[in-house]
Structures are given as C-alpha cells and as structure tokens.
Design a protein around this ligand. Structure first.
Ligand SMILES: [Zn+2]
Length: 421
C-alpha cells in the first residue's frame, strides 16, 4: 500500500453530505430516484445550495436549472475555474453517480475558504441540470444550455406524461424566457474539472482507488437493416435461403472480434437492439434491423475498424443474398482531456503517494459538453464491480476522499498556488 499523507479535505463532512443527499428521493435501502426537474430534484438542489453557502459561495439557480455556487477570487474578470457534475439521477439509480462530483467540489471550496486563501480567479461549482437525460430522452441539458449548445427541439421535448421541458422548468421555478442572458461568453471559463465514479470495472481490476481520464470516447451509432427473403422454415433448403438474421448474427460476431483486434486498446463494440421480421418460429427471417455502438478513444483506429465493419456487412450480404442499408445516428469524435491538466493531476497525485493510471471514459459526462468551451480534466473513482445506474452502485468514502483530495490539490494549484506538501 502506498503511504498517503493526511488529507486536507474533510472526508467525514463529505461522507455525511453524500449520505444526506441520498435520503432525498431514496428508493429501497441504497438507491435514489431524483429525475431531472422533479420535486425530488428540487429538494436535492435546495439542500446542496445550503452547503455551497456554508462553503463560502454565493449560490443561485440559473434559468436552465443549473445550481451555481461562486467563490469570488482576486480578479473576478479573469477566466474562471469551474468544478462540478450533476445531482439528478436515473429512475433506479445510485447515490454516487454525479453526486460525488458536486459534493467533492463543494468540499474543495470549503477547504479553501477555511484556509482563508483568496483564489486568483473566481471558482464556480455547478450542479448541472439533467445530465442523465432519462426524463426527456436527451441528456446534458443544463451544460448544453449554459454553453449555448441547445438544439431547437430541446424545450418542447416531453416526458412520458406529456409535460414539456419548458413546463417542467417553469414548475421547477425557472423562467426559460430568461435563458439568453445566461449563456457563456467565449473565454469565460478557463478550465473545468469533474470528479466522477468510473461506472466501469477497470480501476477495481487494477486495484487502484482513482484514475485520471484521458478523454471521453466518441460513440459511433449505426442502425443496419438487412433484407433477405421469407420462406417456410420446413421446406426451403439451406442452400437456397436468404436468411437476414443469419447475416446479422455473423455481423454481431464480427463486431465482437473487431473490437478485440488490439487487445491493449479500450475499443468496445455492441449490438444492443435487434428487431426481427416477421418474427415467427417457422418463417425464415426476412428483415432484421439492429443497432451498432462502436467506441474508441483513438479516432483513427475507430475509423479503421469502421472500414472493416462495412466490408464485413458487404461480404456477408453478398454471401447470403441480402440487401442492406446503414443509417448513421450519431458520430461524435473523442474529446481529449487537456495535457496540462492531466500532468497537473499526475504530479499532485504523486505528491499524495499515488500513481493513478490513465483510462478512457466510455460513458459521456457533463465534461463532454464543457470540452467544447474550455480545457477539461476528469478524475475517476473506483466503484464496486463497475456497477452504476443501479441502487447497488457503491464507492467507498476512502476512495472518494482520495479523488476529492486530488481535485482539491489540482484546483488549489490552478488558482492559488501549490498545496502544502
Ligand atoms: Zn453521472
């Protein structure tokens, strides 16, 4: 075990806040349900706001329903350091996803306030509204709003009860008519740091408490439709079939192999949805529609795999006499963490006696949207068996405290100068 110097941050206070927030919208013993813009979300935001004020920040809720705490620095016009994540949850979620990034950031600022130091620039802690996207079927709402990246239909999207986001914002106490004045001016944010649970099993498998994120992988989402010819499952000889599901099966296997071509790479490929027509046990499948999700941090490698995948789809289709179409639903590029921030995190972690590995983020986070307006860095905290979006989600306070301490050291170095060593 590495020797870890005493922590500057207050892990007990941080843990108390994590557990107190988890009581709002609590489901079962350990789960939470705080859907974006719901009364539970509002109660959570109100509680977090009191902690921001306790930490020495002026706090307010903007028209996108982002909760923002401001710790004033020496030069309020200098590009700010922003810290944060989200406190909304999945309907059957855990208490750590997002929450540790907001509560950890508040702890960082509270420590700076207790030290009596004046940061060079303002530090803002943000709990972004609706990161999860489950209620209106589109996520990262608050951060996209704040950074001027909303889409035309964002306000009119409805939840399953027909409530539009605009109506939900009004019910939450926000006025969507005011949003124009709250979009960032270019250059306003100097850097963004986010602490988050890994939501994957890599750190646990490496026996590491925390990791430094290299970037958020860009997913390629395709919908493939393969069409053959239906026939009686009892009479058409095997050699005369045009079985679309058989073609699809070969592509699922090929995608699985392609994603493992480079065993050291974090590439992942998934077929997660399949619709078979006519879907009957005694008819040869005529049409199959299926999705492909391919992710990689290295865009050139992902492009090379895509080319191979397209070739496989073409070969399999001609082999089985199938027609096919490929629709591209999403094609986003990886967003890399800034090298200077990663170096800062590595150096500060070394001072703590840690050597955190670098790893890619497969899921997206608020950082993904922030990456379009400023340099960003992310710290991952190990979570039990990689389980997330599930009440069984768990991260130990020891690991969360190490991640928060690293966040503190990096934030301090970026705004005040080095932390005490
Ligand atoms: Zn999250």
């Amino acid at each position: 075990m590495p020797i870890i110097p005493p922590l500057q941050i207050n892990a007990t206070r941080l843990n108390e806040r994590i557990q107190a927030l988890a009581q709002i919208g609590k489901i079962g013993e350990t789960g939470v349900c705080r859907l974006a813009l719901s009364p539970e979300d509002r109660a959570g935001v109100e509680l977090v706001k009191t902690w921001m004020e306790e930490a020495g920040m002026e706090a307010y809720i903007d028209p996108f329903a982002n909760l923002i705490g401001v710790k004033y620095g020496e030069d309020p016009l200098a590009p700010i350091l922003m810290l944060g994540s989200h406190v909304d949850s999945q309907p059957y979620g855990g208490r750590y996803d997002g929450a540790i990034g907001v509560l950890g950031a508040i702890e960082v600022v509270q420590r700076l306030t207790e030290e009596g130091v004046l940061p060079a620039c303002n530090i803002e802690v943000v709990a972004f509204c609706d990161e999860e996207g489950c209620r209106f079927n589109k996520g990262l709402f608050g951060v996209r709003g704040m950074t001027g990246r909303l889409e035309t239909d964002d306000m009119e999207r409805t939840d399953k009860n027909g409530v539009t986001r605009r109506e939900a914002l009004l019910q939450f106490g926000c006025n969507p008519a005011d949003i124009a004045g709250y979009v960032f001016q270019e250059g306003r944010v100097g850097a963004f740091l986010e602490l988050h649970i890994e939501q994957g099993p890599i750190l646990e498998s490496m026996d590491e408490a925390i990791g430094i994120v290299s970037g958020i992988s860009g997913p390629l989402w395709l919908t493939v439709e393969m069409t053959g010819f239906a026939g009686h499952a009892g009479s058409v000889p095997m050699s005369m079939r045009h079985d679309a599901l058989l073609g699809c099966a070969k592509i699922i296997v090929a995608l699985n192999e392609l994603a493992q071509q480079d065993p050291g790479a974090p590439t992942v490929g998934t077929v997660g949805s399949l619709v078979v027509f006519p879907d009957s046990r005694n008819i040869i499948p005529e049409k199959v529609t299926f999705t492909i999700d391919l992710r990689d941090i290295d865009l050139a490698r992902r492009h090379a795999l895509e080319a191979q995948l397209f070739q496989v789809i073409d070969n399999v289709s001609s082999e089985h006499g199938l027609a096919y179409t490929i629709r591209e639903d999403t094609n986003s590029e990886p967003r890399y963490c800034a090298n200077w921030i990663k170096e800062t995190l590595h150096e500060e972690a070394n001072v703590m006696g840690l050597k955190p590995p670098e790893l890619m983020s497969g899921p997206f986070h608020d950082s993904l949207a922030m990456s379009h307006v400023c340099d960003y860095g992310m710290i991952f905290v190990r979570c039990l068996e990689g389980i997330s979006h599930n009440p069984k989600e768990f991260a130990s306070i020891e690991d969360i405290a190490l991640g928060t301490e690293l966040l503190y050291r990096a934030a301090r170095r970026m705004t005040v100068g080095g932390a005490g060593r």
